[in-house]
Design a protein around this ligand. Structure first.
Ligand code: ADP
Ligand code: MG
Length: 636
């Protein structure tokens, strides 16, 4: 018997955790019994392949169906876009992955061409994946509350901002971005230990990440990270595919793309089967109706993948060295990522760290489960404790000073949210402006760091060098996003900016995307604008009519009256329509038409006030008149 769940419509929306992966993504939540659980899609699968297909008819297809279409319509199908999050067209990583169809980009963000002249950014593509996860969650939970989205620990400000923007675009209320290794540690409940040093070994489809995480009094700190952006389960698929080609006595380098695809897909299936079986026999369907009977044993497979797995060794040792710890000091090793299911990977990790790794939680799901736990904590339904303070700054933040030297304001590994202030002074006499260059990174020279933002503080009075006092404050919120403000202390001149990393999108661009993203988004925004203008118009119309009646004597003849009446009539007609821009325009012209009249009324009130009438009378009358003055007199 199937058990159907019944929603309580009055229940609070359920917070969710999302692992937005390079290869696969998934969403989880904490049940009413306190158990973190992944949400299954309509095919009863938790993993949604991070693949997006843009169909000719304008539809967008996400996940397994998109993955199938990648074979036939590769140009309209985007995979692994996480690699491009927060990256510019000129980025080294972008250029290396040049197999993608890049569109000419007018801004600093990479764009892909996906057929029919359609151009999308990695943020929009990721938003499609997030939207699918959100819909899957809504199907199961009814209403979805805030979301925690995970990011790799090494993600910089631009990459984090891009991820957050994608969440926003998907209509999610992003409570927090959480480091993937921290999420995995939370899923294992390691935060209850209060102290310890842990290794998170994450081998995914195409990326390998290792993180040394320390837990100090319940606060997780990333001690060091390392990895290889070109190492993962896909490499095992390729190694096995070469082996299959060899046993078919076929040449992989001259094979048709469809044949290569078919063998690669079969190899992945064989790899998965070899995780639980010692020998796998498979009939591989080849294009053209033929098939090939492949037989692979675990030892054969292990020999093929050994060199791939061994590449993780030096990276792990370097991460330990960077964190300044010995293998013996490691309290636990967590396996993350689908490729860590491969038995040889587990053996290798056990030997490397000299202890059995924690692998009881499905390594595909562990990050999403940890994110769900964090979302639940943030939403306040779980026990509130200090786990709120979970993360640290991945890279130092500072400003460029004379000579291109970086002055660090917030050091790497500072627990966030965090703030710090530093005072600078002028270098030259009579300097009337400061140019602030905000950078991120560990290097001493600004040119070696990542440039986040430039801004200028102008209008400082000329002073001898060294007299001006410029206080620069950095504030980093819980997501690792930065706000910079600068204040010249002797004059009080100040300015602040939200640092939109140079590779991110402008607010305008995001707003535009938000508009086009929601099915009825544009209509909703227009309706709201219309309501606002109608309310404003009603207020102005009432005030004007009243003023014209009570102060008719102040009107300069019938012409002025006629002009105001005409403007009133036009506005009244427009208010009945639906064009919010027309209403705004007519409010402005009524304002202009009546401004001289409003000025005379104001003068009269002042004169009356000065000729001995009681203050209260004047106050009453001018309060009455203010409705008009506020709109007719003062908007210029
Ligand atoms: P990412 O973090 O990059 O999104 P995942 O953690 O989902 O990736 O890992 C995907 C990889 O895990 C793929 O290479 C996939 O073939 C591999 N994988 C998944 N399940 C198994 C399994 N049972 N045995 C071996 N490899 C697996
Ligand atoms: Mg992953």
């Amino acid at each position: 018997m199937a058990l159907l769940q019944i929603h309580d419509p009055s229940a609070a929306p359920t917070p969710i955790g999302i692992d937005l992966g390079t290869t696969n993504s998934l969403v989880a939540y904490v049940t009413s019994l306190g158990e973190p659980t992944t949400i299954l899609d309509c095919d009863s699968e938790a993993l949604v392949p991070s693949v997006v297909h843009y169909a000719k008819d304008g539809r967008v297809i996400v996940g397994r169906d998109a993955q199938k279409l990648a074979l036939v319509l590769p140009k309209d199908t985007l995979m692994s876009v996480k690699r491009f999050m927060g990256r510019g067209a000129d980025d080294a990583e972008t250029r290396r992955l040049s197999t993608y169809q890049f569109a000419k980009s007018d801004g600093p963000v990479v764009k892909f061409e996906v057929g029919q002249g359609r151009v999308v950014t990695p943020i929009e593509v990721s938003a499609e994946i997030l939207r699918t996860l959100k819909e899957n969650a809504e199907d199961e939970l009814g209403r979805v509350g805030g979301a925690v989205i995970t990011v790799p620990a090494y993600f910089d400000d631009a990459q984090r901002q891009a991820t957050k923007d994608a969440g926003k675009l998907a209509g999610l209320n992003v409570l927090r971005l959480l480091n993937e290794p921290t999420a995995a540690a939370l899923a294992y409940g390691l935060d209850s230990k209060k102290n310890g040093t842990f290794i998170v070994f994450d081998l995914g489809g195409g990326t390998f990440d290792v993180t040394v995480l320390s837990l100090d009094d319940g606060v997780f700190q990333v001690r060091s990270t390392g990895g290889d952006t070109q190492l993962g389960g896909d490499d095992m698929d390729r190694a096995l595919a070469h082996h299959v080609f060899a046993s078919m006595q076929a040449d992989a380098s001259s094979a048709a793309p469809e044949l290569v695809r078919a063998i690669l897909d079969a190899s992945r299936a064989i790899k998965h089967a070899l995780t639980a079986n010692e020998t796998v026999e498979a009939d591989i369907d080849l294009p053209g109706g033929k098939s090939f009977a492949a037989r692979v044993t675990r030892p054969e497979f292990d020999a093929l993948i050994k060199p791939i797995i061994e590449r993780t060794g030096p990276t792990c040792r370097r991460a330990l060295r960077d964190a300044g710890i010995e293998v013996a000091a490691v309290d636990g090793v967590i396996l993350v990522g689908g490729a860590t299911r491969v038995p040889l990977v587990r053996e290798f990790v056990t030997a490397l760290f000299e202890k059995e790794p924690l692998g009881s939680i499905d390594p595909d799901q562990v990050v999403a489960l940890g994110a769900a736990i964090q979302a639940d904590l943030l939403a306040g339904s779980g026990p509130r404790d200090e786990v709120l303070l979970l993360d640290v700054l991945p890279l130092s933040l500072g400003v460029e000073t004379m000579g291109g030297v970086v002055e660090r304001i917030l050091a790497r590994n500072t627990a966030i949210p965090a703030g710090a202030k530093q005072v600078f002074t002028t270098y030259a006499d009579n300097q009337t402006g400061f140019e602030l260059h905000v950078v991120q990174g560990e290097r001493d020279l600004a040119i070696d760091c990542r440039s986040l933002a430039h801004f200028t503080l102008k209008g400082i009075p000329a002073m001898p060098a060294g007299m001006a006092r410029l206080a620069v404050s950095f504030e980093v919120d819980a997501d690792g996003l930065l706000k910079v403000s600068a204040r010249e202390e002797s004059t009080g001149i100040e300015q602040s900016i939200d640092v939109k990393p140079s590779y991110g999108l402008s607010d305008d661009a995001i707003e535009k995307m938000l508009l086009t993203a929601y099915e009825h988004g544009e209509a909703d925004v227009a309706t709201r604008a219309l309501r606002e203008q109608q309310v404003e118009a009603a207020r102005i119309l009432a005030a004007t009519k009243k003023a014209v009646e009570s102060d008719a004597a102040l009107l300069e003849g019938p012409e002025e009256r006629a002009r105001i009446d005409a403007a009133v009539a036009q506005l009244e007609a427009a208010v009945k329509g639906t064009d919010h821009r027309a209403i705004a325009h007519l409010i402005e012209s009524l304002d202009e038409t009546a401004s001289a009249f409003a000025g005379r009324r104001m003068d009269l009130r002042i004169r009356q006030a000065l000729t001995g009438r009681s203050v209260k009378d004047v106050a009453d009358e001018s309060a009455h008149a203010q409705g008009i003055e506020a709109h007719l007199g003062n908007t210029k």
